[in-house]
Design a protein around this ligand. Structure first.
Ligand code: FMN
Length: 374
C-alpha cells in the first residue's frame, strides 16, 4: 500500500516531514532530453517559501533544492537535461528550532490532523505536525516546475481571487499585478485593500481563508481518460490533496447550479484556423472528463489557518478537556502560499494526462474529419 505517490506516467512520490532531516521527492516517468537545472525549479520554491512578507509566517526556510539524480549533460547542446530515469530532488530542513513541544505533544490542535493521526496510527510526530505539515508541499512545487516544462506551449498561472468574503473585481484582472503584491492578487486595488484587512486580522491573532484560481492555457484538446481518469476528477483529487483545501470547482463550478441550460452550455462556432471556437467557458475547458483545448479553469478554497493566537477549546490524547492557543509564528492566511502549490498540482495532472494520451492514442486524429462514403 502506498499513498505518497500521485500520477500514472508522470509519477511523483514525496517523502519527509517537517522536522526530519530533509524533504524530497522522486519524479518518475519524466521524458528524456528536457533541459533541467536547479535554477529552473528554485524560482517556484521561492514563491511558496515562508518569510517573504509580513503576511506569511516568519519561519526561515531557504528551501534550496538539489537535484540528486536523473540528469546528465546533453552532448549536442552542452546543457543539463533529463535522462528519463528517476529524478531525485531534496531540500534540507534547516529551521528546526529545538523548542518546547510539551503543550502540543498531548493536546489536539483544533483544525489540525493531530486527533486523526493519533486515532489512526496510535502515535504522531508532534514536532511541527510531521507529515501532516504543509512543509511537504514544497516538493509538490519542485516537481511542478519539472511538469511545467513538458507540454509544449502550456502555461499554468494562479492568482488569489478572494480573501475572507472580500472578492476581487474581475474587470480589473491583470496578470502582471500578481507578481507585484504579496498576495498573488490580480486586482491592484483589492491587493491594496488586503494589506490593511489582513494586518487587522493578524493583529487580532486570528486568520482568514482564501480562494485561488488556476488557469492552464495551451492545453491540447483530448487529454483526460474517461471514466475513472477524467481530467476534472484528477484535478479535484490533486487540489483537494493540498493541506487546508476544502473545496474545488471547475469552470462555473458550484455556480453552474444557478444557471439555465442556455446560459451554461458553451456554444461552438468554427474558427478560420480550422479549430472550434467556444463562445464561453462555463465548462472550464473540460467536457466528459476530456480537455476541449480551451483554458482549463479551476478554483479551490483554502480554510483559515487553524493555529491562531486566540485560545480554543480542545481535548488531549488522554481524553481530558483543555484549551490551546498558538504562540509566536502565525500565518494569517495560508491561502496566499497555496497559489504556487495549486499551480504545481494542475501542471502535474495535465502532464500525466498528456503522456497518457501519447501512450494510448499517439498522434491526435486529424480534426476536422472529412466526410466519406455519403
Ligand atoms: C502553504 C501552507 C502552509 C500552511 N501553514 C499552516 C500554518 O502555519 N498553521 C496552520 O495552522 N495551518 C497551516 N496550514 C494548513 C495545515 O497544514 C492543515 O490545515 C492541517 O494539516 C490539517 O489538514 P486539512 O486542513 O487539510 O484537513 C498550511 C497549509 C498550506 C497549504
Amino acid at each position: 500500500m502506498s499513498f505518497n505517490t500521485f500520477g500514472h506516467l508522470f509519477r511523483v512520490t514525496t517523502f519527509g516531514e517537517s522536522h526530519g532531516a530533509a524533504i524530497g521527492c522522486i519524479v518518475d516517468g519524466c521524458p528524456p532530453r528536457i533541459p533541467l537545472t536547479e535554477a529552473d525549479i528554485q524560482p517556484y520554491l521561492d514563491k511558496r517559501r515562508p518569510g517573504q512578507s509580513r503576511f506569511t509566517t516568519q519561519r526561515q526556510e531557504p528551501d534550496q533544492v538539489r537535484i540528486l539524480s536523473g540528469v546528465f549533460m546533453d552532448e549536442v547542446t552542452g546543457g543539463q537535461v533529463t535522462t528519463g530515469t528517476p529524478i531525485g530532488l531534496v531540500i534540507e530542513n534547516v529551521d528546526q528550532r529545538s523548542k518546547d513541544y510539551s503543550e502540543i505533544r498531548d493536546k489536539y490542535r483544533p483544525g489540525h490532523a493531530d486527533y486523526t493521526y493519533d486515532v489512526k496510527y496510535g502515535l504522531r510526530d508532534y514536532r511541527g505536525g510531521g507529515r501532516q505539515s504543509a512543509r511537504e508541499t514544497a516538493m509538490r512545487v519542485a516537481a511542478g516546475a519539472i511538469a511545467r516544462k513538458i507540454v509544449p506551449g502550456m502555461t499554468v498561472r494562479g492568482a488569489l481571487v478572494q480573501m475572507g468574503p472580500e472578492k476581487i473585481d474581475r474587470a480589473r484582472w491583470d496578470w502582471n499585478e500578481v507578481e507585484r503584491n504579496p498576495f498573488f492578487c490580480p486586482d491592484a486595488q483589492k491587493a491594496a485593500f488586503y494589506e490593511g484587512y489582513l494586518d487587522a486580522i493578524r493583529k487580532r491573532g486570528s486568520s482568514v481563508g482564501a480562494i485561488i484560481e488556476v488557469i492552464a492555457e495551451g492545453v491540447p484538446a483530448g487529454l483526460g481518460a474517461p471514466v475513472y481518469g477524467k481530467l476534472d476528477g484528477d484535478l479535484a483529487a490533486a487540489l483537494m490533496g493540498i493541506n487546508a483545501v476544502k473545496g474545488v470547482e471547475i469552470g462555473a463550478g458550484m455556480g453552474a447550479a444557478a444557471l439555465t441550460g442556455e446560459e451554461n452550455s458553451d456554444e461552438i462556432r468554427m474558427g478560420n484556423d480550422g479549430k472550434p471556437i467556444f463562445l464561453s467557458n462555463h465548462a472550464g475547458g473540460i467536457l466528459g472528463g476530456i480537455s476541449t483545448g480551451q483554458p482549463i479553469v479551476v478554483r479551490f478554497a483554502v480554510k483559515p489557518t487553524s493555529s491562531i493566537l486566540i485560545p480554543r477549546r480542545t481535548i488531549d490524547r488522554y481524553g481530558n478537556e483543555t484549551e490551546i492557543s498558538a504562540r509566536g509564528r502565525h500565518d494569517p492566511c495560508v491561502g496566499i502560499r497555496a497559489v504556487p502549490i495549486g499551480e504545481a498540482m494542475v501542471a502535474w495532472v495535465i502532464v500525466d494526462h498528456y503522456l497518457r494520451q501519447r501512450g494510448q492514442v499517439g498522434e491526435s486524429p486529424a480534426w476536422p474529419f472529412t466526410r466519406s462514403g455519403g
